[in-house]
Design a protein around this ligand. Structure first.
Ligand SMILES: *Cc1c(COP(=O)(O)O)cnc(C)c1O
Length: 375
């Protein structure tokens, strides 16, 4: 029987180096939240990311939570937040008793629209409350428009948290994603460009704040002969096993980026002539790690919708996925204000992420492309 080979959306790739590090960590019985791999992983990230201090944590969500906490976000505060993103971008705002104020995307990067952001901030201030922070996202690896976003941040004196969970290694005008805001965050979850099983990192040029993050991440334990806690902390630190994998993974980041970019280029060349299918080009100054390759499908021209394509692929055991459903349309965020430009919902209704693993073969990619062409 001719079994169809399943093609997943995005899978991690582990090689000998990961195994070697893992065995070392097990052998040393360093499996919890202290150990040499944690320190090494942090120092490699620091060297790679412009000398920014980093605290490695158990998830990207934890990193966003700590960033908000360190910026003083609390009960009753408001935080401006990109709507077209994964719920993890905004959930920590809710954990802190604050309200996310959602902002629509713009066409070039699909990320937070600077004009709408400014209109929203202005409106919140005129209603009596200045937002405490801005969370931008570098969606699918594409950097947001930081020149404009930082100008707004400075003008209104509102710090930026850069949710770069999907964009490790991407750059905007030559500067790395994750280093644009007061804080940057990465995720090393199972399907991100590098994976530690579960994990994340918080980045900042402010050493004192990163020290504070490390302290909060281990239950705010004081350096004392018995357990003393002057404030309530979290169990958010990365463990040494994850860090062992992470240290191996990050040494191959450049290769992973070039393989993902190649996957995108192939889709682009094979599908760009199809009427009704479009791609997101890199705007001037943007370099995307192309974590996921996404296409837009205009049903009126193409004749089939993104859902039709998804089902056709699924029938052949190929996984594809909608873009993130805008958070202002999610029941869990009902009642949160939204500053609208009409763009994120259009992207959601037309978008589809195609399999983008770094080890996707050209044969598999041709299989995917043929199914789409046949529609
Ligand atoms: C994956 C992701 C996160 C959360 O990271 P976890 O490590 O899964 O907690 C946050 N924001 C975005 C945009 C993501 O894609």
């Amino acid at each position: 029987m001719n079994e169809l080979k399943p093609i997943p959306l995005s899978t991690p790739v582990f090689e000998e180096l990961e195994k070697k590090h893992l065995l070392e960590a097990l052998h040393q019985k360093q499996i919890a939240t202290s150990g040499e791999f944690i320190e090494k992983f942090e120092s490699v990230i620091k060297n790679r990311f412009s000398g920014f201090e980093t605290a490695v944590l158990n998830s990207g969500t934890s990193a966003i939570h700590l960033a908000l906490k360190l910026l003083g976000v609390g009960n009753g505060d408001e935080v401006m937040c990109q709507s077209l993103t994964f719920c993890a971008t905004a959930n920590p705002v809710i954990y802190l008793g604050a309200t996310p104020i959602f902002v629509d995307s713009e066409a070039e990067t699909w990320n937070i629209c600077p004009e709408i952001l400014e209109r929203g901030i202005w409106d919140r201030i005129s209603k009596g409350k200045k937002p405490k922070a801005i969370i931008s996202v570098d969606l699918f690896g594409m950097p947001a428009k930081y020149n404009e976003i930082l100008a707004i941040s400075e003008k209104y004196e509102i710090p930026v948290i850069e949710d770069s969970a999907e964009a490790m290694g991407s750059t905007y005008h030559g500067r790395l994603c994750g280093t644009w805001g007061a804080f940057g965050i990465f995720s090393f979850n199972g399907n991100k460009i590098i994976s530690t099983g579960g994990g994340g990192a918080l980045l900042s040029s402010n050493t004192a704040l990163i020290d504070k993050a490390r302290y909060l991440a281990v239950q705010a334990r004081e350096n004392y002969k018995y357990y003393v806690h002057k404030e309530v902390g979290y169990n958010y630190r990365m463990n040494n096993i994850s860090a062992a994998i992470g240290l191996a993974q990050i040494s191959k980041l450049d290769q992973k980026i070039s393989l993902r970019r190649k996957v995108y280029e192939n889709y682009y060349h094979l599908l760009k002539e199809l009427p009704g299918i479009s791609f997101i080009d890199e705007p001037k100054g943007c370099f995307s790690n192309r974590w996921l390759s996404a296409i837009l499908i205009d049903e009126k021209i193409f004749g089939s919708s993104n859902e039709d394509v998804r089902i056709a692929l699924l029938n052949e055991k190929i996984e594809s996925r909608y873009l993130w459903k805008p958070l202002h349309t999610q029941p869990s965020f009902e009642g949160c204000p939204f500053y609208e430009g009409g763009y994120s919902e259009k992207l959601f209704s037309q978008g589809l992420c195609l399999p983008s693993s770094e080890d996707l073969t050209e044969d598999d990619q041709s299989r995917i492309v043929e199914i789409i062409k046949n529609l």
